[in-house]
Design a protein around this ligand. Sequence first.
Ligand code: UT7
Length: 331
Amino acid sequence: MEKIYAKITGVHGYVPDYVLSNQELETMVETSDEWITSRTGIKERRILKGENQGTSVIGIASIKGLLEKTQTDPEEVDLIICATCTPDMVFPSTANIIANGVGAINSFSYDLQAACSGFLYALATASKFVESGTYKKVVVVGADKMSSIIDYTDRSTCIIFGDGGGAVLLEPTTEPLGVIDSMMRTDGSGAEFLHMKAGGSRKPANHQTIDNREHYVFQEGATVFKFAVTNMADISAKIMEKNGLSPDDIAWLVPHQANLRIIDATAKRMGVGPEKVMINISKYGNTTAGTIPLCLWDYESKLKKGDNLILAAFGGGFTWGSIYLKWAYNG
Ligand code: UT7
């Protein structure tokens, strides 16, 4: 039997309208546009405002746009995997709410939680359902409403994160296009450096956890930075080596957008020039599971059929990974 590949046949993203600029942050915490720009590369981020607006809003808008663009009937969608660490509710899965919102009545759907590596974990997982011949139309959406878990009195985290996300459609092909290889890793001993202290089963919410501000992202930035640089660069170099790819073979590096300095270090380690690196961190900040689909969406018009892409991410868990993807259509 001929090998089946899972190719991406469309990408679409969504960011909320409200722009939180560095200048506005200067009025909220002791920081400066100069510090934020030079330490992270971020100029502004988007915030989802309003009552009852959860991550599903971002997921639904992304997938509605995707299905329209690819002329896909929502009833044909077999599976939706939503990568998020800011679900609408602890349960049910945000993916269930999204599936209902887009009219994917014949699909099944579930969430996958791998923080900033969530989109890559979900893409690696989804591609297997297509490669096995089980499903023909699988949607992967990465979305986060980070503003719901950010402490806007903590200058070391509130300047980084934003809200947004994007989705891709995976379909089968016998041409060698789409997900060619993936390498994923986890190291749970890193949990202590990046986590949310309360609100889970270990420490459910109570008055004290609220008073202690334990329902927000806790991050030891410098430690996470160190691990991110090493691991994201190492795994990207490994996947290139495993697939016999030299820097000249790479059309685009698509890195998780956490910090411009981490992105630069990864590209340097891979030997990939800055002109081949997708970067939009200045506009959106770190949207966690949303960064990679948002990059693909922003750069879609520049992509050509057959382009070799290396996707790379690092995040809470720790989780990290890399995917070697052959782009399947001219943007
Ligand atoms: O996406 C998931 C994974 N997350 C990441 O990859 C994030 C990785 N970490 C980072 O990107 C960086 O560590 C940060 C951007 C979070 C922080 O940058 P840094 O260069 O590592 O700063 P630092 O935490 O070592 O702090 C250096 C100084 C400190 O002051 P002192 O103690 O030296 O006086 C901080 O208090 O910078 C201070 N600082 C700030 N100053 C102005 C921290 N945040 C700010 C701020 N404005 N917003």
